[in-house]
Design a protein. Structure first.
Length: 249
């Protein structure tokens, strides 16, 4: 059996675990529904008044931040549910190569979260412009910059989910990434960055402008922020893999 075949089977096993876990299914459903629903609600409210819109091409992208807590939770559950239910030892017996096992989990998280971002926020943007009616854009009128923005939202969600997964493995707990990261992405970092400018290098704020433009906060530009987020993800995943390989379960 080749290494590629073994990895494929390991990933397939992780997919089976994920799709049979109720918490994962509910979280995926919420990530698919909540941002588009919020986008429609905002489009029907004062924010959807065509006379007050200053940047038509950013419409719908502002709800991407509401999906971050959900993908953080999803990543934590995929990476850490077996710590909670005591089945990690069984998984390690079935897949003695622990690097392969954790790699399969991170691949599943990356693929699932990136796909969720594209579908959820893509739908949010399309629905917003539909709600705007004649003032909105048809899908065929979407600019290359809008499609690029959708791609960078996917990158942002993927990176924050990998950071959450790494923290879960390091702590052997689903709670740590939720407690640490969710308040940050829900606005704690934005509230404090004016007082603590170095927070712009924190995982949540570093890549915030991958989602949408936030002028006046002194944040990193999208490229620099994406690189900093990537550094956070790699810097946490490396010790997570080392710990996963070396410590007892």
């Amino acid at each position: 059996m080749t290494g590629a075949t073994t990895m494929y089977r390991t990933i397939s096993a992780e997919v089976t675990k994920a799709r049979t876990h109720p918490a994962m299914l509910y979280t995926v459903l919420a990530a698919l529904l909540i941002p588009p629903a919020l986008s429609v609600a905002m489009g029907l409210g004062p924010a959807g008044n065509p006379q007050t819109i200053t940047d038509l091409h950013s419409q719908g992208f502002e709800v991407a931040g509401f999906g971050q807590p959900l993908v953080i939770l999803l990543a934590a559950v995929i990476a850490g549910s077996e710590y909670q239910n005591g089945l990690l030892r069984s998984s390690q017996l079935a897949t003695p190569n622990r690097t392969r096992l954790l790699a399969a989990k991170t691949i599943l998280i990356s693929g699932a979260v990136f796909g969720l971002a594209i579908v959820s926020i893509g739908l949010a943007v399309i629905l917003r412009h539909m709600v705007l009616g004649d003032a909105g854009l048809a899908v065929t009128e979407f600019t290359p910059g809008m499609w690029l923005n959708l791609l960078t939202v996917g990158i942002n969600w993927t990176l924050i989910s990998l950071i959450a997964a790494a923290l879960t493995v390091l702590a052997r707990s689903i709670l740590l990434p939720v407690i640490v990261l969710v308040p940050m992405v829900l606005g704690l970092g934005v509230a404090l960055v004016g007082v603590l400018p170095w927070l712009k290098y924190a995982p949540d704020l570093a890549g915030l402008q991958l989602i949408s433009t936030y002028p006046g906060l002194g944040l990193l530009d999208p490229l620099a922020g994406g690189l900093v987020m990537t550094a956070w993800a790699i810097g946490l995943l490396i010790p997570a893999f080392i710990a996963f390989n070396r410590r007892d379960t």
